[in-house]
Design a binder for this molecule. Structure first.
Ligand SMILES: NC(=O)c1ccc[n+]([C@@H]2O[C@H](COP(=O)([O-])OP(=O)(O)OC[C@H]3O[C@@H](n4cnc5c(N)ncnc54)[C@H](OP(=O)(O)O)[C@@H]3O)[C@@H](O)[C@H]2O)c1
Length: 234
């Protein structure tokens, strides 16, 4: 069976991705930064021998390299850069109140994290005949859309991620690796529910994003899609 590698699988969308792929019989490498506290993920792994739980904080580059060394030579068919953070402190994210340390932290996790993970596991994905790298981004990272709340740090962390993924799509074309940015909609996870208006069920967000990953080909590599298949303007 093919192998999916997921970051931030302890809860929310990452955990749901792990459940969906496991239910379809995939080998699931579910990574999270505190396996001992990821009780729902541990239950899933106990029920499914195809699910392995690995310790990896995406902002800890040594930890990423350690897991990459452990997995050297193993094929990854789908890599899902899902781990991410947001902040509820809106005033610290808006002009006049910027907290630049918090902003840097968002960039470290939401932008550098997926890039470090993609770089570290690129050779594993290249071993697949149909290798794909995806990132759970957000419509708020689109340069062409105005945001209801101008949360600069989170929005720029996703905008930078989008650009980096586009560049990676271009660079990995020769390696036959397809790349996609996804938006889950405003989904009812811990993160989504921390702001008003979460309306998308977690199951629907993940089913939809999985379909976009399934449908991804070298012809559509470098695209930015909402979970329901709509193309999002960069
Ligand atoms: N929910 C939405 O409406 C929405 C909308 C647009 C985009 N997104 C994006 O979707 C992705 C998943 O978010 P979610 O809604 O599922 O949020 P969530 O419920 O808050 O879950 C976030 C996940 O990321 C993990 N994580 C955070 N920092 C990490 C790090 N440094 N290393 C490894 N794992 C880390 C968390 O692990 P811990 O359990 O250890 O904290 C958790 O598993 C994020 O990239 C988010 O930006 C979400």
């Amino acid at each position: 069976m093919p192998t999916v590698f997921i970051t931030g699988a302890s809860r929310g969308l990452g955990l749901e991705f792990a459940k969906h792929y496991a239910a379809d019989g995939w080998q699931v490498v579910a990574t999270c930064r505190n396996p001992g506290q990821a009780s729902d993920l541990q239950v899933l792994a106990a029920q499914n021998p195809s699910v392995s739980v690995e310790n990896m904080d995406v902002s800890d580059h040594e930890a990423v390299d350690r897991l990459a060394a452990k997995m050297a030579g193993q094929t990854i068919d789908v890599l899902i850069n899902n781990a991410g953070i947001a902040s509820n402190d809106f005033s610290a994210q808006m002009l006049g109140g910027f907290d630049f340390d918090a902003w840097a932290n968002l960039l470290r996790t939401n932008t550098f994290g997926p890039m470090k993970v993609s770089e570290a596991f690129m050779e594993n994905v290249a071993k697949s005949s149909d290798g794909k790298i995806s990132a759970v981004s957000s419509t708020v990272g689109s340069l062409s859309q105005m945001n209801d709340y101008p949360v600069y740090p989170y929005a720029t962390s996703k905008a930078a991620l989008n650009k980096a993924m586009r560049l990676m799509a271009q660079q990995l074309r020769d390696r036959n690796i397809a790349v996609i940015c996804l938006c889950p909609g405003h989904a009812k996870t811990d993160m989504g529910l921390s702001a008003d208006g979460a309306s998308v069920e977690v199951d629907d967000a993940v089913s939809g994003m999985r379909k976009q990953i399934d449908d991804l080909s070298m012809d559509t590599s470098g695209s930015f899609k909402r979970y329901n298949g709509e193309t999002i303007a960069w």
